[in-house]
Design a protein around this ligand. Structure first.
Ligand code: 4AD
Ligand code: MG
Length: 457
């Protein structure tokens, strides 16, 4: 008999239908006349309950079925009497694929997220991580839908690169030589590419090439940063989506970011109702109604200069003093979103001294056409800008920052030939999933987190 997924049964099941389900045993309860085996196959947040009558051959096999075992169950679908589920399977045949035993680490419910982080080989089988990774999938799919429906081209920018897009020096160097021992090389020109090579911190610069040929594009893939910040919002490897649009100015860019954020959020809520309901009940951090409300509300806009003003006037004591010219710290960002505006907020026009070389210099010559989207509880979720499209100005900026122009000559060519106003932004996938799921730690929204001093799996 063909296997049916639990999700399909729960959505489209028909009474008295014969079904076959394969999955992992969550719990087993045996009494004298019958037993309940609860199975989850990962297709749904919800489990399926299988009833095994004592007078069936399947009942005799139950001794070997413990939490965590994988099984195949065939039987008849019946409306369930229990209030927890709509359907149950009345078991005819039961087969064990792989057994389990008392040492299986997920015996009970309610393990801490910290404990689960050490067992990434199992944690995706739990209700919590199961929900998060189905939501992450829905978010990733919605990202593609949003851009594809609007005719954006997905560009596969490289993971290995020769430039530091953000200029923050947070690069992982890559080489095929061992940096240890006597064969270590001393010069980059002896290395694989004949020059220094890194893992990309952003696909933006290559994305801009395609915005100048295809108009509206996006990149979506893994991104790497050797930031030594062991925080609940930073990863060394994370996923970023970066649209880049020819002819868009900062205002268009802000509107695109807002539409995009709301679309993806709504889609995730729509596609994963059981997952959100579970997280809402279990952790009491998110509230679906509140999320829906945020997705239908207009984002707040404030310039960096006004934000600094507000923060200074707030009377609030911050660890890090607020002065014009500082990079806003997460305590400042959180104050704006959680206390002042209580909704997603776009801060624009930051001082040029704290932003990368590629951002468009405003007419005041002090600020750049930058935008950060900040959301309650998480802080910065999107960073973007209008790009400097004038050759002389971008060259002056690079000189000011001491950047070597030779390695970015190809990028400057975009300003030499057919330059246009253009804008884009980057959204951190994990920050978005964190925001939607209410998870306090970013390590719990990526399957295999990479952070300073930690590389398992
Ligand atoms: O603000 P960032 O550094 O912007 C860029 O990289 C631009 N090149 C984007 C563009 O304009 N195309 O990073 C963008 C977003 C941040 O807002 C944040 O959500 C996420 O990427 N991010 C991280 N997420 C997890 N761990 C880290 N270490 C992150 N660094 C940035
Ligand atoms: Mg940023």
């Amino acid at each position: 008999m063909l296997r049916t997924k639990v999700k399909t049964i729960l959505e489209k099941g028909v009474a008295e239908q014969d079904v076959c389900v394969c999955g992992w045993v969550r719990t087993k309860r045996v009494s004298k006349n019958f037993a309940f085996v609860v199975v989850n196959d990962g297709s749904s947040q919800l489990d399926i309950q299988c009833v095994v009558d004592a007078d069936t051959p399947a009942f005799a096999k139950l001794d070997n079925i413990l939490t965590g075992a994988s099984v195949k169950i065939e039987g008849k679908l019946k409306a369930s009497q229990g209030k927890e589920q709509s359907w149950e399977i009345h078991t005819k045949n039961l087969e064990i694929f792989g057994k389990s035993d008392e040492t299986y680490p997920l015996q009970k419910k309610g393990h801490t997220l910290e404990y689960l982080r050490d067992i990434s080989q199992f944690r995706s089988r739990t209700n919590t991580l199961g929900a998060i990774f189905r939501i992450r999938n829905a978010v990733a799919a919605a990202i593609h839908h949003f851009f594809q429906e609007r005719g954006f081209i997905w560009v596969h920018t490289p993971i290995i690169t020769g430039n530091d897009c953000e200029g923050a020096g947070e690069l992982f160097h890559i080489t095929n030589h061992s940096p240890y021992g006597k064969n270590a090389i001393k010069n980059a020109n002896e290395d694989f590419f004949g020059k220094p090579a890194y893992l990309t911190v952003s696909g933006q610069l290559q994305g801009e090439i395609f915005a100048m040929s295809h108009g509206e594009i996006y990149t979506f893939g893994p991104t790497f940063r050797a930031e030594n910040s062991n925080t609940s919002r930073h990863l060394a490897e994370f996923w970023m989506v970066e649209p880049e649009v020819a002819f868009n100015d900062l205002k268009d860019n802000m509107a695109l970011a807002e539409d995009f954020f709301k679309y993806v959020g709504k889609q995730a809520l729509d596609k994963c109702p059981h997952e959100f309901a579970f997280l809402e009940n279990q952790y009491k951090v998110i509230n679906q109604e509140e999320l829906h409300r945020l997705f239908s509300q207009k984002f707040q806009h404030i310039t960096y200069t006004d934000a600094v003003d507000q923060l200074q006037k707030s009377g609030q004591k911050f660890d890090y003093e607020v002065k014009w010219g500082i990079d806003l710290q997460s305590e400042h960002e959180r104050y704006l979103t959680d206390t002042v505006f209580k909704c997603p907020t776009i801060v624009t026009d930051y001082p040029k001294t704290i932003k990368p070389f590629y951002m468009k210099v405003n007419s005041d010559d002090k600020t750049v056409a930058a935008m950060d989207v900040l959301v309650p509880k998480v802080g910065e979720i999107i960073g973007g800008s209008q790009r400097e499209d004038q050759l002389e100005i971008i060259l002056a900026r690079m000189n000011e920052l001491g950047l070597a122009t030779e390695t970015l000559d190809w990028y400057l060519d975009l300003r030499r030939f057919g330059s246009t106003p253009h804008s884009g932004f980057g959204l951190g996938l994990e920050r978005l999933v964190q925001y939607l799921t209410g998870m306090g730690n970013i390590r719990d929204v990526i399957p295999f987190p990479r952070t300073p001093g930690s590389l398992s799996f």
